[in-house]
Write a protein that binds this ligand. Sequence first.
Ligand code: KIV
Ligand code: ZN
Length: 498
Amino acid sequence: MSDRLFIFDTTLRDGEQVPGCQLNTVEKIQIAKQLEALGVDIIEAGFPISSPGDFQSVIEISKAVTWPTICALARAVQKDIDVAAEALKYAKHKRIHTGIGTSEQHIRYKFNSNQDEILERAVAAVKYARRYVDDVEFYAEDAGRTDNVYLARVVESVIKAGATVVNIPDTTGYCLPEEYGEKIRFLKEHVDGIDKIILSTHCHNDLGMATANTMNGILNGARQVEVTINGIGERAGNTSLEEIAMIFRSHHELNIDTNINTKKIYSTSRMVSSLMNMPIQPNKAIVGKNAFAHSSGIHQDGMLKNTSTYEIIDPKEVGIDDCAIVLTARSGRAALKHRLHVLGIEMTQEILDKVYEDFLKLADKKKDITDDDVLVLAGADRNVNHHIKLEYLQVTSGVGVRSVASLGLNISGEQFEAAATGNGPVDAAIKAVKQIIRRQMTLKEFTIQAISKGSDDVGKVHMQVEYNGQIFYGFGANTDIIAASVEAFIDCINKFRH
Ligand code: KIV
Ligand code: ZN
């Protein structure tokens, strides 16, 4: 019988900390559902105390996802734990992930404290979190640089306090693979009660050793890995999920299995890259554009004779379908449905019809429709139930003149029109919307992303609007960036509770 390795995905927490990769709640839900389909065991959905947006996302993901455990991060501080527990209230299976820095550097410079005091705070946090949930994971931040004897004392104490999982992060990506494996073995051999809990790896890639360190952790007894899709994460990123999953799929002699449906790896990777606007390096293992491309003559010759000469993984095993059809204005519904399926998106016939209509409109403007375009089109169905819709928009702008926008809105079937001038076309258009929707609201954040290359591409706009003390997220996508901005603004307003 093989051993089970638990996959803890932190794309939506550690991965999402990357500047410029922030997702809105709708996108986080889309990724969380994809992670569920991929077969991850635990989804770290966010750090609820860090922002109202994170708090709300943990709530919404908890409602949207059924069988994986939903985990929320909290420092070893009562208020953090209270807020994490509140955010998890709808989760069917819940876990609080609390912890504190244990290395000399953290104890001395971050906390101005000492080992005994930190140990007490760790124990208190775990006990406090156990008042809310049965499943508490403790992280010893910077465990990679923590003295093993002290680390063992901390781990033993938090186990006694009720921790069910103990995470040993190499926060700075400093450890050598042997050193990290040895750390896990040391804990396995020196901590009372270690067999009652699961030891977890959490490796960063600063020196390019995250996967090697994670592997050594597993080979020395860890049975949970903390990973992200495409290895995204702060600085050089985290261990990538797809690498770990495919290592165990390829090396049966290790006798370790995960629950990952590897055929969903490619679609998940594309979805995360597209929604986070984070391109994948072409030579990235498993999911890079060149990961299965054989260009040298010798390799091509060998491949034609037998694929096993140069290929250790069949690309189909990770869901790469090499007969991908290029989508153009002449593609039918079936081709679009197939592409959506490859990208991990299933939809009802009714929604597919609507997406297909939008697809044809876009295909009239653009020659080839990329996977990124398809992902945006698929997301557009969330506007279907909007009671405020943009009917038309006309803008004039130029250098040395004030911009003028006139637009029409359809609000629950009634037509409204307005015109306004502004400091640029977006400002003018938003002022025109505000003339119709007379509410006290403030634009808090406005991000424009181009999603691939050409000047005819679809631009994506993310917005945050504050209304009645609450933040609302909006999204718009259009080949016309002004229209995308107005759509994003209207998307926010549609979410106000009237
Ligand atoms: O890298 C790290 O130490 C972390 C912890 C908060 C788990 O992300
Ligand atoms: Zn981390």
